[in-house]
Ligand binder design. Structure first.
Ligand SMILES: [Zn+2]
Length: 494
């Protein structure tokens, strides 16, 4: 629900938006519009002038969610209610005394479709198992009503001029997803007669899943289907930069997905932009799978850059032309001008690179932190000790604002996420040490005790993770580790 302020300047209207809470699993820290999921009862609410039953149910859902989340009731007849009456209507709904349908009837209110302007239907990219098929409606905030944040989903909310909100996103001060940026851009051009037409002028506004997600200006995420580890089914390729850009992890080995990525790169080149090089975060096939195909597509001229410890094991599969060291800065010209500082961040693999852009606070984490699923530390490439230092290094970055991971959606509450990752690893370590001290010696026996919540199909993988932890405990002097992977407790250090 894109709520437009009553009496606003039509040339640069004010809309209501809110910041999603830091603890949310999906898009924490991102600005969004109020809204929510349709429930069964929404279909029972009569809506005048609705096109069909489905449209009616969606409008009823939109009106109900807006009311629940902001206290704004867009219903005919609501204008006669006093502020106090409106508050008790809301209380009737949130306390469960009445359903939305019942209270509309009880207070003599009704919904009318002509109060809501449909301005698009957007579908979450397939990079998340949690995907939303979302209808957007533009609605004027009724006179004498003021939105406020009532939902635990949001940490703050405010009126904002569309143009100013867009400028804040362009300055990388706030985060928002493509449909929100599109709405701001469209509204910032004024509430003209062709407003709805402009809203609907892009294919993504018609339910075609978004392929390119510009999380920040100059940072485009292009998820590609890959043979990766569940629950992920895609790997994020990032196209970073403006007039000059790099392609980070042209992930997919699948020809149809490569064609999609190549078409996008061709489009950028045709627009006069230039590709500096292909960059690999690490050696896993779901990240490097499309590198040679992209090089070939571009006539073989483009170079591939990676860390030495990624380049060496890739010999014979991917040719790395340039080695990237910790601290190196890749400067990309254009607007915005970006400076990607390479960080050698071992843990998931030995040669893993992450990239930090200081001005925007964007951190490309590769597989060190992901937006979906968990990170596997599999020896000998995987190393828990190194991994924890990598996480600590991330944590210490001064202006960290967003994590752009190798899989899944971006994370707008970076420190909360990093702390969660560190806590999780330390808890696992504590449990594993307790299991060893309790007599479990083989990784399989330890998995049986510690990973009791994990499906047996995943046990082989869990054993690799346990081995990684045992190696750290061994390095810490807390367990002795035999060559066959059997562990024995050592006396506790005094
Ligand atoms: Zn990986």
């Amino acid at each position: 629900m894109i709520l437009v302020r009553e009496g606003t300047d039509a040339l640069d209207p004010e809309i209501f938006w809110a910041r999603r809470g830091d603890a949310l699993a999906f898009l924490p820290g991102f600005y969004a519009f109020p809204g929510g999921q349709r429930d069964a009862e929404d279909a029972e609410i009569p809506v005048e002038n609705a096109e069909d039953a489905d449209a009616a149910a969606m409008l009823a859902c939109a009106a109900r969610e807006l009311f629940e989340e902001t206290g704004v009731l867009v219903a005919r007849g609501a204008e006669t209610l006093t502020r106090g009456q409106l508050a008790s209507v809301l209380d009737d709904l949130t306390s469960g005394r009445m359903t939305f349908a019942e209270l509309l009837t009880h207070y003599g209110l009704h919904l009318d479709a002509s109060d809501f302007r449909f301005v698009g239907r957007w579908v979450t990219p397939p990079f998340s198992p949690r995907r939303f098929d979302t209808l957007f409606f533009l609605v004027r905030c009724p006179r004498k009503q003021e939105p406020r944040i009532l939902s635990a989903e949001f940490s703050e909310g405010a009126w904002a001029k569309a143009g100013e909100a867009l400028a804040r996103w362009q300055r990388a001060e706030v985060l928002a997803v493509p449909p929100v940026i599109h709405a701001l851009r469209t509204l910032a051009a004024g509430m003209t007669d062709d407003l709805v037409e402009r809203f609907l002028s892009v294919p993504q506004a018609h339910g075609r899943p978004v392929r390119r997600i510009e999380f920040l200006p100059g940072f485009v995420c292009f998820p590609l289907r890959t043979p990766t580890r569940p629950p992920a089914t895609t790997t994020n390729c990032y196209v970073v930069g403006a007039s000059e850009f790099v392609v980070i992890d042209p992930a997919s080995p699948h020809a149809d997905e490569q064609t999609e990525l190549h078409a996008y790169i061709d489009e950028l080149l045709a627009a006069g932009r230039s590709l500096r090089e292909i960059v690999l975060t690490h050696l896993h096939p779901d990240h490097v799978g499309g590198a040679e195909a992209l090089r070939e597509h571009l006539g073989g001229s483009v170079t591939v850059a990676a860390h030495r410890l990624t380049a060496e094991p890739l010999v014979g599969r991917v040719r790395v032309d340039r080695l990237v060291e910790d601290g190196e800065v890749i400067e990309l010209e254009g607007e915005p001008r970006l400076r990607l500082r390479a960080m050698h961040t071992p843990g998931h693999t030995r040669g893993h690179l992450s990239f930090y852009e200081e001005r925007t606070g964007a951190l490309l984490t590769g597989d060190n932190i992901v937006g979906i699923g968990s990170v596997l530390i599999d020896p000998p490439e995987g190393d828990v000790r190194a991994y924890l230092s990598t996480l600590e290094r991330f944590r210490a970055l001064p202006h960290l604002q967003i994590l752009l991971g190798g899989h899944g959606p971006a994370v707008g509450s970076p420190r909360v996420k990093i702390d969660e990752y560190i806590r999780h690893r330390l808890e696992r370590e504590r449990d594993i040490l307790a299991a060893v001290r309790g007599g479990a010696s083989s990784p399989a026996a330890i998995v049986a005790r510690v990973y009791s919540d994990v499906h047996p199909k995943m046990h082989a993988m869990a054993e690799r993770a346990v081995l990684a932890h045992l190696e750290k405990l061994c390095a810490d002097g807390l367990v002795a580790l035999a060559a066959d992977g059997d562990a024995a407790p050592l006396a506790r250090p005094v």
